[in-house]
Design a protein. Structure first.
Length: 862
């Protein structure tokens, strides 16, 4: 039973005044000081001696006679203990222990101790008591010295007077102690100490926060120790805080997540992305929520021209190349910070943004809408001094050249109704001309202003640029801010935390004077870690990265990272000298540097030849016309030829029946058709599949899914003209008895005159397969069947395919062959006769139509 003390807090205050604990009790109730617990509680309880203990319980004037110091001390301690117990029983919701692992590290020194101090200032007066354990592997003596130094350097918010600040710091210092924490016995001892502290103080344990400010390789051991020896008892929570990197790609992130999942429950893990604690970033959702009415009509593809999510740095990677060499800018910044920001801008806004669960679910949905990235979605750079820094710091030979990008621009699209077609530009780099971070939403302008622009007034003219900017920090402004063009709307921001930004004559941002914007800055600037530590304490999981979100993000970035693994980044000098070298632009889904840097294909004097300088080569291959060129030209030529065939077919027959293959080679073709061929008669085109993998149509492996992603969603083909292969019937995949192949054949016979496609686009596999007709296939190479089920030697094994006899009925067959990996089979097939069992491609010979080969130079010439 807890002692019954005072019916309400007021009485407690009166009592405290009359008994000489005034200052501390007021602090206990209204301010952050812990009244009778100025030293770690264990010390107050006598486990460590404290010579000046009584002095902590009264102020100077009220200090009693010093003639019997021992007696006074005991009396005071007992009094304070009783009082503390009463107050805690009545008012304190519990005791929180914070264990900072890696307490002597860089991050802890720069941000975490300050963040914990801020937590103490904000929360200690409100129902909770705290103890802070700085833990590391350093010896106790060194650790103590380090922590004493760090604690001394802590600062208070601007509005706290210096003497009050010193007092608060003193309290915090007394609640903080260093611990050497290495073995499982150390963890057990820590747990016991916390329990004793709680028990002797008559407290209830609310929870424990373990902040992992340690390298990831140390995670597993620490996690095991916490799980086995340092969990709080029933009724108290455990929160473990993890710092990036959370893996290196999807697989390693999954392994790490599985490992941690063996020790902690999902709700116990708080993965930090410190950008979520930046004030301007943390304001994105509240801003969208508070301005719902104004934004409802604006926040979509109908109004947004583009979104820029930018983090520029002037520093380079010197001193941390061992980390950087393994990660590079995409893993270091884009996969986490910029992607998190992207989801906050793009996600559907939950009805209740204070529900962590719904914010996280909406975020996950935003991840699902991200369109897969291609190699061409990114541009990469590396500052010139980087390789030399790596050589020096990692003792690499003189010949070593790093391929790690220190700069990246990436073009991201979302495939959903809100954002379809809106470019999201993500960009970050080291050694750039300035340090600045922002998210800029630029709106389209559909107005035309008749009067001369001298008469345009910021809050009236619809012709001035319209933008909303979440200014993360640094740059010209030097502080976080939210900016809204005056010709958009006057935003509403919480006045207790955001205030108007004063005039800054002469300052221009994003091409406009500051006076063009409604501009706000935080009333009190807070470091990201302080914000996040507070959110950890309040259990706001939406400010952290859940396992699902983490894996979704890696799932999005890993294919791009893989495809760029051997890409040579463009070198840049660094700083202002970069000039326009890194400027980039986009067209469709492709991103490229604005300034071309011709590659020297043939060494020697004179200007280097450009790919565009090469002619498209026309020749014969297997007795049929061959068109060969560099990939870009080849794809452009093939797209032109397909359009010409389509236009002719529609003119003659009213429709165009096109059968398309899957795989990666046709992807650039689809993109080309989607973005460059406005005269294509899509409304009269029927699209068929040459082959399909036996997976559901929404599976990323599905050929139809490729077609959908890269072509269908960008053009206007009537939906009844789209004919996916029926591989998924009766909730099963390619079962013979479902007769999917026969159904498709009947559909073709019903709609395509003589079952003769106007054009069939094929590829050629390195083993000589085409469509899904593989060497030695028991079906599809001859016979009556138009559509067949086949087996592939690689996953997914089951396939559906047009048969060779059906393909050969087409009016035109185009075979697209790209890349050096095809060189060998190209050579081989050029020599063989008609041997479809060995090389199915050799059986492609339209009976009355035309066959044309499209090969890039690498496939054709090697
Ligand atoms: C870190 C990256 O996550 O963020 C660093 O690892 C980068 O490379 C830093 O410099 C930038 O953070 P801030 O808060 O300085 O913008």
């Amino acid at each position: 039973m807890r002692p019954k003390c005072f019916p309400d807090g007021k009485k407690a205050k009166r009592w405290s005044r009359s008994h000489g604990c005034k200052q501390r009790f007021e602090a206990e109730r209204g301010g952050p000081a812990i009244a009778c617990s100025p030293t770690p509680i264990s010390r107050l309880l006598g486990s460590e001696s404290e010579p000046d203990q009584a002095a902590h319980c009264t102020d100077g004037e009220e200090r009693g006679p010093r003639r019997h110091p021992g007696c006074w001390k005991m009396l005071t301690v007992a009094m304070c203990m009783a009082l503390l117990g009463c107050l805690q029983a009545q008012e304190l919701r519990g005791h929180v222990s914070v264990i900072l692992l890696g307490a002597t590290g860089d991050l802890a020194r720069k941000y975490l101790w300050q963040g914990l101090f801020q937590l103490y200032l904000d929360e200690a007066g409100k129902d909770y008591s705290f103890s802070f354990h700085g833990a590391a592997l350093t010896s106790t003596k060194q650790g103590q010295a380090f922590i004493a130094k760090v604690l001394e350097s802590l600062s208070c918010p601007e509005d706290v007077a210096p003497d009050r600040c010193a007092e608060l710091k003193g309290q915090f210092q007394r609640l903080s102690a260093y611990r050497h924490l290495a073995t499982s016995e150390d963890y057990m001892a820590l747990s016991k100490d916390i329990e004793a502290q709680v028990q002797h103080g008559g407290l209830r344990e609310a929870g424990r926060i373990f902040y992992f400010s340690v390298p990831p390789f140390a995670y597993a051991d620490i996690a095991r120790n916490i799980n086995s020896s340092c969990r709080p008892g029933p009724g108290a929570w455990l929160r473990v805080v993890l710092e990036k990197p959370f893996g290196h790609d999807h697989l390693s992130a999954q392994q790490l997540a599985t490992e941690l999942g063996g020790f902690f429950r999902e709700e116990e893990m708080y993965r930090v992305d410190h950008y979520l604690g930046k004030q301007a970033v943390a304001q994105i959702l509240p801003f969208r929520d508070q301005n719902r009415k104004a934004l409802d009509g604006l926040w979509s593809r109908h109004h947004v021209e583009r979104v820029e999510i930018i983090m520029k740095e002037t520093v380079d990677a010197e001193g941390r190349t061992s980390f950087y060499e393994e990660y590079g800018v995409i893993r270091d910044v884009l996969q986490n910070h910029l992607t998190e920001v992207l989801t906050l801008v793009a996600m559907e806004l939950p009805h209740n943004i204070s529900s962590s669960e719904s914010v996280l679910q909406h975020k996950l949905r935003a991840f699902r809408a991200l369109r897969g990235l291609q190699k061409g979605s990114a541009v990469l750079g590396q500052y010139q001094a980087y390789s030399e820094q790596v050589r020096r710091e990692q003792q690499k030979p003189d010949s070593f050249r790093s391929l790690t990008p220190t700069f990246a621009g990436v073009l991201v699209h979302m495939d959903n109704l809100r954002w379809e077609g809106v470019p999201f530009i993500l960009m970050s780099g080291k050694a750039l001309d300035e340090r600045v971070g922002y998210v800029r939403i630029l709106f389209r302008n559909q107005a035309y202003c008749v009067q001369n622009d001298e008469h345009w007034v910021a809050d009236q003219s619809q012709c001035l640029p319209r933008q909303i900017v979440f200014y993360i920090g640094h740059g010209e402004l030097g502080s976080p801010a939210v900016l809204v063009s005056r010709n958009l709307f006057r935003p509403s921001l919480p006045s207790e935390s955001w205030k108007g930004l004063g005039a800054r004559p002469g300052l221009r941002l994003f091409g406009r004077p500051l006076s063009d914007f409604y501009a706000y800055r935080p009333v009190r600037e807070q470091d990201a870690y302080s914000v996040l530590i507070s959110r950890i304490f309040h259990g706001r999981k939406d400010s952290f990265v859940t396992t699902e979100n983490l894996l979704a993000s890696w799932g999005f970035w890993t294919p791009l990272l893989d495809s760029l693994a051997h890409e040579v980044p463009r070198l840049y000098p660094g700083g202002a000298e970069n000039g326009h070298l890194l400027d980039f632009e986009f067209s469709g889904a492709q991103l490229y540097f604005s300034q071309r840097q011709p590659e020297r294909l043939v060494p020697g004097p004179g200007p280097a030849p450009m790919p565009s300088g090469f002619q498209v080569l026309k020749a014969k291959y297997r007795e049929s016309p061959l068109i060969s060129a560099w990939p870009e030209e080849l794809i452009a030529k093939l797209a032109d030829d397909i359009e010409a065939t389509a236009v002719r077919a529609v003119r003659r027959f009213g429709t165009f029946h096109l059968a398309l293959s899957g795989g990666s080679s046709p992807v650039p073709l689809f993109q080309q058709l989607a973005t460059r061929h406005y005269g294509f008669p899509w409304a009269h085109t029927h699209l068929w599949l040459v082959d399909e993998r036996c997976v559901p149509l929404w599976d990323p492996e599905s050929n139809f899914q490729h077609l959908q992603t890269h072509l269908l969603q960008h053009v206007r083909v009537p939906y009844y003209n789209i004919h996916p292969m029926p591989v998924h019937l009766h909730q099963r995949l390619c079962a013979e008895e479902d007769q999917g192949a026969q159904t498709y054949a009947s559909e073709i016979s019903a709609l395509v005159a003589n079952s003769s496609f106007d054009l069939v686009l094929l590829g050629m596999g390195a083993d000589g397969h085409t469509a899904s007709l593989f060497p030695q296939s028991p079906s599809g190479l001859d016979g009556e069947q138009l559509v067949v089920l086949t087996e592939s030697p690689s996953r997914p094994f089951q396939r559906m395919s047009l048969s060779l006899p059906l393909i050969n009925r087409a009016r035109k067959v185009a075979v697209l062959v790209m890349g050096r990996v095809k060189r060998e089979i190209t050579m081989l097939v050029s020599r063989v006769g008609h041997e479809p069992k060995k090389w199915p491609i050799s059986g492609v010979l339209p009976s009355s139509g035309q066959l044309v080969w499209y090969m890039d130079y690498e496939a054709f010439l090697g």
